[in-house]
Design a binder for this molecule. Sequence first.
Ligand SMILES: [Zn+2]
Length: 146
Amino acid sequence: MDIDPRSAGNIATLRKDAQGKAREWLLQCLEAGINVKVICGTRTYQEQAALYAKGRTTRGPKVTNAQAGYSWHNFGVAWDFVVFDANGNPLWDSPLMERCGKIAESLGLEWGGGWTGFKDTPHIQIKTGCTLADARQRVKDGKWWA
Ligand SMILES: [Zn+2]
């Protein structure tokens, strides 16, 4: 099984420990015959701030409620995925999305579709054992990405 270039590129943006987990997860999904890709990996604080501005101070609809430093995507430990049909159309509501999420959970990962309250079905992250505030501090201290 080969990881497609788009997924590989997004996985490469993750922290080293998350890269290994993301590959393991993706390969299991592919082996299950699911056409899934990683469509988002790390977003820098700057990228997150630009995203947060959408629908607030720049044009377009709101796309996130997370400011810079308030999304796990800013810390290289989260990625988003979507399942595709044979023509390359994303299937956001496919039951296979849940299949992929369950595979993530079976690997000890946190799946956004399993959250109570707000569900983020395309979202997976590794369990870091710390809060976003801890993560922001460790970034400041230069200890996060090491
Ligand atoms: Zn996400």
